[in-house]
Ligand binder design. Structure first.
Ligand SMILES: [Zn+2]
Length: 143
């Protein structure tokens, strides 16, 4: 297609990527403030974004576009439609496979979506906290 829409498209995509990174930071900060300690960049299947080793909980923070959420942020581009459809379809299949692998290894998997974090941060955070359980290193009781 024409040059402008191509440039515009790649700008949109870089914006999606960087906004996802800042969302991850926001989630990390909030969890840390609540007393949770975690690991990043795990070597587990699919490299979960945030891992709670003691609780065996793996957290993914998914960009809606890259992981085909199905919401309004995840429309497949009309330019090179087939390319994107295949690429994004592969991503989705990989996510599914990875979730299965992690569960088989005894991990619980929580997926947070870009659009939901943006719209209902507190609710999404509460959902994570509910799965992880209370922070073990909060206060003096640490058993
Ligand atoms: Zn979404």
């Amino acid at each position: 297609m024409d040059k402008i829409s191509k440039e515009r498209r790649s700008w949109n995509m870089s914006r999606i990527r960087s906004s996802n990174t800042s969302l991850e930071l926001e989630v990390r900060k909030a969890l840390h403030a609540l007393g949770f300690r975690y690991r990043l960049r795990s070597s587990l299947p699919g490299h979960p974004d945030i891992v709670f080793p003691k609780k065996r909980v793996a957290l993914f923070i998914n960009g809606c576009f890259w992981h085909s959420h199905g919401c309004k942020l995840s429309t497949i581009p009309t330019t090179r439609h087939d390319f994107w459809a295949e690429k994004l379809g592969n991503n989705k299949n990989r996510d599914k496979r990875v979730n299965g692998q992690l569960k088989a290894m005894g991990w619980r998997v929580v997926t947070l979506w870009e659009c939901e974090i943006k719209e209902q941060f507190e609710r999404e955070l509460a959902r994570v906290v509910k799965v992880i359980g209370p922070a073990s290193n909060h206060g003096i009781r640490n058993i």
